[in-house]
Write a protein of this length. Structure first.
Length: 236
């Protein structure tokens, strides 16, 4: 190969390398932009029909306090919640689309970032341990209800505002004082914990529960009963 051909081959190779680098840079920039777009979309996720979780529970709580909503505070954004949101929006000069965006959240006085996030594995495990110890032998729906009571306490001003604070509040749960919380956790309790964390509340918003056949606490018997599930009475 003569010098002219060598130079041509080298030039072509250099051009190909430059083109390849440009293609790589373009691909990386496209990936970054797509991730930014996904992040923006994630940040714009709104509570709407079909949504579940603690933000929905808080929305229902506010709407119920102000007379817009008469359904259960169960953390599930159904048709009744949507209609209540639309009514609230109309009364407050907002677009009545039944979707809770940032303006509707602000009007409701809800700071979405301040709503506790119970997604961490350690907190799910803690909740599952309490459910397993406190409701062993109870029907599955009763286990979910026990988990819901614990989460209801976290959100109530009369109790600590963290999951661990509620669980380890002195005298709150017999499973802590008698050590049953350290026993093996039933699989059903883990499922119940996740369901409660997703917003399910068979207790109907209860803050307490007890077994009337076992308790000697006179005060707990004065609490208004909301529902009975298995051997437990759930009350406010």
């Amino acid at each position: 190969m003569n010098n002219k051909n060598v130079k041509s081959a080298s030039a072509l190779k250099a051009i190909l390398i430059i083109a390849l680098n440009i293609a790589i840079i373009f691909s990386v920039m496209t990936i970054i932009e797509n991730r930014k777009s996904m992040s923006r979309k994630s940040a714009e996720v709104l509570s709407k029909e079909g949504s579940q979780g603690n933000e929905v529970r808080e929305i229902q709580t506010r709407l119920k306090q102000w007379g817009y909503y008469s359904g259960s505070v169960d953390g599930i954004f159904g048709a009744k919640t949507k209609e209540a949101v639309k009514l609230f929006q109309k009364k407050n000069g907002l677009t009545a689309d039944g979707i809770v965006g940032k303006n509707t959240l602000a009007a409701l006085g809800i700071n979405s970032s301040a709503i506790p996030d119970y997604s961490r594995d350690s907190e799910i495990e803690l909740l599952a341990r309490v459910i397993s110890a406190e409701s062993r032998g109870e029907p599955y729906i009763g286990q979910v209800a026990v988990g819901a009571v614990i989460l209801n306490r976290v959100e109530h001003p009369s109790f600590p505002d963290t999951l661990s604070g509620v669980v380890y509040q002195p005298g709150a749960f017999t499973a802590i004082t008698d050590g049953q919380i350290n026993e093996a956790v039933a699989d059903s309790a883990r499922r119940a914990a996740q369901e409660a964390l997703n917003g399910s509340d068979p207790s109907g918003g209860a803050l307490y529960y007890y077994n009337p056949d076992k308790t000697s606490n006179a005060w707990i018997r004065t609490r208004p009963v909301i529902v009975r599930i298995g051997k437990h009475l759930f009350c406010g």
